[in-house]
Design a protein around this ligand. Structure first.
Ligand code: CA
Ligand code: CA
Ligand code: CA
Length: 209
């Protein structure tokens, strides 16, 4: 305890050492210290998406932009990395809920679930379930009062009770592929013969799930 402060905050966060590696990578890529939505998409190779997928990416970006200034700064960035890499289940579920609740009214309805799943599918490609199957499964298992909408409480307690469902949902919302892209840097752009030791080697040390 004591002076173990890190940008990410909290003892369960990414180690200070890792944070430094991320910080260097972030500042190298974004010398202004801010990442725009456009850069976010460029970094992840997410240009030219269809509308659904695009909306989803916008929403992911917006949930990471916690102070809502329209940019992701390093603190927001590392919080996002922290969540995706080693967030506790409940933190992740809260974040999934926020992602799904696109109108922000505090509950998820069928249409929101359907939209999010189709968006995720557009991004990640093949899924074992169809969007309808996914929505029906989630509602069937978590909509306890049967009103066709999910509160945060229903969503979290439903997921915690059903490991299989939790796994399906976690897989659907998995962003670790996104982090792999970040970790590897824009390798395709940097394929000129690199004589020096690549600076980003340290990034490989950041543990992925
Ligand atoms: Ca921000
Ligand atoms: Ca809603
Ligand atoms: Ca309900």
């Amino acid at each position: 305890m004591g002076n173990g402060e890190s940008v990410a905050g909290g003892q369960t966060g990414i180690l200070a050492q890792d944070t430094y590696v991320w910080y260097r990578a972030f500042m190298m890529e974004y010398p202004s210290g801010l990442q725009t939505l456009h850069e976010f998409k460029a970094l992840l190779g997410l240009q030219g998406l269809n509308q659904k997928a695009n909306q989803h990416v916008d929403q992911v970006y917006n949930t990471f932009d916690t102070n809502k200034d329209g940019f992701i700064d390093f603190v927001e960035f590392i919080a996002a990395v922290n969540l995706v890499v080693q967030g506790k289940i409940e933190q992740k579920l809260k974040w999934y809920f926020k992602l799904c609740d696109s109108d922000g009214n505090g509950s998820i309805d069928k249409k929101e679930l359907l939209n999010i799943f189709m968006a995720v599918q557009a991004l990640n490609g093949q899924q074992t379930l169809s969007p309808e199957e996914f929505v029906n499964l989630v509602l069937h298992k978590t909509d306890i009062n049967n009103d066709g909408e999910l509160t945060l409480e229903e969503f979290i307690s439903g997921m915690e009770k059903d490991r299989d469902l939790l796994e399906i949902v976690s897989k659907s919302f998995d962003l670790s592929n996104v982090l792999t892209v970040i970790c590897n840097g824009k390798q395709s752009d940097v394929e000129t013969d690199s004589s020096q030791h690549p600076d980003k080697a340290g990034l490989g040390k950041v543990k992925m799930l």
